[in-house]
Design a protein around this ligand. Structure first.
Ligand SMILES: Nc1nc2c(c(=O)[nH]1)N[C@H]1C(S)=C(S)[C@@H](COP(=O)(O)O)O[C@H]1N2
Ligand SMILES: [Mo]
Length: 447
């Protein structure tokens, strides 16, 4: 039977659960939770500190989410070539990815990876600041609280999952037994949903905590004078705080400095020139060699199983348009009007570079085989297997004046690793779709 209190309320109303079971649960806290909770004694914890980290994440995470979704769109989901292929009702509006500005994908992808890495210390600091809540017992007092804690599980689990899979992917470490793109995409939606709920719930408290400011008068007297924030309803402030070892400002500076340091060690991979050597945290970061072909290689010719014979004098480019088929050899391509453009290669793993490419315009090749009004172009590589041995291009990507079947780079022949005898280069196209060792181009009018 529900107990009745002096104020007329019942336990049922207080708990929102069948009471005897709940009482028993509350009485029998798992061994150690109380001690663990009291063990978190830093005087730094409190609503203000949590709100500072929360505010930084609130201002920056939407950019990481947005650039991530844009990257997904850039892959051309309308051609079923984005990953994951089937996203059910999580389908984004299908738009043609533009070719201008040519650095668009370089920026969206670079921001996604660099900012994502920089936010790692902030996320960890935010989690550290709320860690006593993990040991609250009973874990929830009402159905609403159960739901809130479930959403926190998705929020925390979601972001840690996105960080882990993202970091492993840019290190080319496919340790997990599932597809990275699928996992990272669905994880992003889980996390984003939980984030929206969390912000809706906590925004007012964040704003008021920031307004209230940190406890006054700590800084002039140094870290040992660090004062706890006043006790809060959320239980972030330690009931028996230990003496301070670092000032509140020092803690925030440390986390911010960590973020900037990570950014500094990452951003080089999206820059050309000697600064690339500063990308110490990334495998494609440091030393791509010298000369006209001295820029990062994603997959070498050897790794792709491309032999010297495949790309020798017998190589032909096959152009198709409906029933028509034309083959051209390399001297034939070199005899056509050559066009040059300075265009980036931006890889989904976060590195990018800009080079000076020369070759035949894709629209001239369309004209050669009489494709006046193609809707798509389907490109296939000599490479027999692998995820990236073909791509479908949109009409605007075929007809951009700088879209090339590149034969040369920086005034020299393409190297075998960069796609000799011919490769695709299209403004703002993700690197993964700049197919190397091209064998056939098929123009289609039916999409
Ligand atoms: N045939 C083929 N083309 C390919 C790839 C591949 O694996 N096979 N990798 C792509 C990827 S992921 C990138 S980022 C670019 C890198 O081009 P680069 O190695 O010349 O720098 O090539 C693309 N073209
Ligand atoms: Mo790539």
């Amino acid at each position: 039977m529900p107990g009745r209190h002096d104020d007329g309320s019942t336990d049922e109303r207080e708990y929102g659960f069948p009471v005897p079971m709940w009482r028993a649960l509350a009485r029998h806290s798992p061994p150690g939770t109380g001690a663990a909770r009291r063990g978190w004694r830093s005087p730094l914890r409190g609503p203000w500190l949590t709100s500072v980290y929360g505010g930084i994440l609130l201002a920056t995470l939407p950019l990481v989410i947005l650039t991530g979704l844009l990257d997904y769109l850039a892959y051309g989901p309308q051609f079923n070539q984005a990953f994951p292929r089937d996203v059910g009702w999580l389908r984004l509006p299908q738009v043609d990815w533009p070719t201008r500005p040519s650095w668009l994908f370089r920026v969206t992808q670079g921001l996604h990876v660099t900012l994502g890495i920089m936010l790692v210390p902030v996320v960890l600091a935010k989690l550290w600041s709320v860690i006593p809540k993990l040991f609250v017992w009973p874990p929830a007092r009402s159905v609403a609280q159960v739901l809130e804690r479930l959403s926190l599980l998705l929020l925390v689990g979601g972001i840690l999952f996105e960080i882990a899979t993202g970091l492993l992917n840019i290190q080319y470490a496919y340790l997990f037994g599932f597809d990275f793109y699928t996992a990272h995409y669905f994880g992003a939606w889980v996390f984003t949903g939980a984030l929206v709920a969390h912000v809706a719930l906590k925004l007012p408290r964040m704003v008021s905590a920031l307004r209230a400011g940190p406890p006054a008068d700590e800084t002039p007297s140094g870290p040992t004078a660090t004062r706890p924030e006043p006790p809060d309803p959320d239980g972030l402030v330690a009931p028996q705080p230990a003496a301070g070892t670092v000032s509140r400002r020092g803690a925030v500076t440390l986390v911010g400095g960590g973020a900037l340091l990570l950014g500094a060690l990452t951003v080089g991979q999206t820059l050309d020139g000697p600064l690339r050597r500063t990308a110490l945290l990334l495998p494609r970061g440091q030393d791509p060699g010298d000369g006209p072909n001295g820029f990062p290689v994603n997959r070498t010719a050897a790794a792709a199983g491309i032999s010297a014979e495949d790309t020798g004098p017998d190589w032909r480019l096959t152009l198709r348009n409906g029933g028509r088929e034309i083959t051209v050899d390399r001297p034939g391509l070199l005899a056509m009007t050559q066009h040059s453009a300075r265009l980036p290669i931006a890889c989904v793993e976060g590195w990018s570079t800009q080079q000076y490419w020369t070759g035949v315009r894709l629209r001239d090749l369309a004209g050669l085989v009489g494709a006046v009004d193609p809707v798509t172009a389907q490109i296939r590589s000599l490479e027999r297997s692998g995820l990236f041995n073909q791509v479908t291009l949109q009409a605007n990507q075929v007809f951009d004046a700088d879209s090339l079947l590149a034969l040369r780079v920086n005034g020299a022949e393409l190297s075998a690793d960069h796609g000799y005898p011919a490769r695709i280069i299209v403004p703002a196209l993700p690197g993964v779709h700049c197919t190397k060792w091209v064998a056939t181009i098929e123009f289609r009018t039916d999409g």
